[in-house]
Design a protein around this ligand. Structure first.
Ligand SMILES: C[S@@+](CC[C@H](N)C(=O)[O-])C[C@H]1O[C@@H](n2cnc3c(N)ncnc32)[C@H](O)[C@@H]1O
Length: 366
């Protein structure tokens, strides 16, 4: 097994390939990415033996923007016999049993790509999981108890008779089946966009810190807030929110008494004198570079301490655009000697866009 597989949003395969090649090269690993457009996944073939396993442990999954999942995979198993698909899969794992801690595996996921075509396979995947899990247990695998450690076994079906066999390292992968968190749309939320911010908070803020970092003593600003899906998420966590947008906000949010609607231009909006925001969120449909400038301005002026925003990517060179925007922000913050954390991810609920999170650390000046 000397290939890595990355799951992604359909149509973003080239971005994954460019990003993974860059990051692998930084770690001194060389190979080539194979891209099939609109397949929902990318394969990265390493030149040197053992390098895929090394990347799966050392290439920080959290730092990959466009990948939903990262795993080591075998060559494609084709022509699986209809009567016994399990034996070839078990044999493939047996070939790596002396290098991979299969007994420490905690979970088995039988998956497919997130494309309309492949999703038809999901019922098959789900049925196949039960007998395959039993067969793995008979081998002494799937005995790991700690989901934060160990490995996860993945079978990735392209069709019912062909699949990749693989594994991921639990501390360095997405903890969700197919890399997709299943979130329930809250009935009271004014728009489906609400799930974008909910997923961003889930992805960027450790659960045990959420209360401390988002609570009723805090002020939030939501630029491009209408009709209020993102504001809803902040109000739900207790914040008082300045909702900035020329459009109307949902009346249910006004009823909470926890928002002030500011029908203004988000690029010009300023908080009332002497007020500072704990949080700035921004979902305005605008050029990514303009958003990057705006967010930098808020952080440099100390108008907010933490932010989640979207960069919309309708253009062709999306990876390049993202790199330029993030580099610009980082340069600005570095020039002002601010101490910060930054994370960027194309989340499941993001469409042609990515979500970015920046947190200024206590004391802030380096
Ligand atoms: C994608 S929608 C936001 C949806 C919102 N996050 C939600 O969850 O309901 C984008 C919004 O940005 C607003 N917008 C675009 N440019 C703006 C600007 N310069 N100032 C304020 N709002 C702006 C639009 O009016 C639109 O309501």
């Amino acid at each position: 097994m000397n290939k890595l597989m990355f799951y992604c949003r359909v149509g973003f395969e080239k971005e994954v390939a460019a990003e993974v090649s860059d990051k692998a090269n930084e770690l001194g690993v060389f190979g080539f990415a194979r891209v099939e457009e609109n397949s929902g996944y990318v394969l990265y073939q390493c030149y040197q033996a053992g390098e895929a396993d090394r990347l799966a442990q050392q290439l920080s999954f959290q730092r990959l923007i466009f990948a939903r999942q990262m795993l080591v995979v075998s060559d494609l198993l084709t022509d699986l016999p209809l009567k016994d698909r399990i034996s070839p899969i078990i044999q493939t794992y047996q070939q790596v049993a002396d290098q991979v801690p299969l007994s420490q595996s905690t979970e088995l996921w039988v998956e497919t790509a997130d494309t309309n075509q492949a999703k038809a396979l999901l019922t098959f995947c789900s049925k196949f999981t039960v007998p395959l899990r039993q067969a793995c247990k008979q081998q002494g695998w799937l005995m790991g108890k700690n989901a934060m450690r160990g490995i996860t076994l993945h079978i990735f079906f392209l069709q019912t008779h062909c699949c990749y066999v693989g594994y991921s390292y639990n501390p360095n992968h997405s903890p969700y089946f197919m890399g997709i968190p299943r979130l329930k749309f809250p009935a009271q939320a004014p728009s489906r966009s609400t799930l974008k911010l909910e997923e961003a908070i889930l992805s960027f803020i450790p659960r045990q810190q959420e209360k401390q970092r988002m609570n009723e003593n805090m002020i939030g600003v939501d630029l491009g807030a209408c009709p209020g899906g993102w504001t809803y998420q902040l109000v739900k966590r207790g914040l008082f929110v300045y909702a900035v947008d020329h459009g109307k906000m949902a009346s249910s949010l006004h009823d909470t008494g926890r928002i002030e609607h500011c029908p203004e231009d988000g690029f010009k909006f300023q908080l009332p004198k002497r007020k500072k925001a704990d949080w700035l969120v921004c979902d305005m449909v605008e050029q990514p570079k303009r958003i990057a400038h705006l967010i930098s301005k808020w952080l440099l002026n100390g108008w907010c301490r933490e932010t989640i925003f979207n960069l919309k990517l309708p253009m062709k060179k999306r990876y390049q655009e993202v790199q330029q925007c993030l580099q610009f922000i980082e340069q600005q913050l570095d020039n002002h000697q601010l101490d910060y954390e930054i994370q960027a991810k194309q989340l499941y609920h993001d469409r042609e866009e990515i979500s970015v999170h920046i947190k200024l650390n206590e004391g802030s000046k380096k």
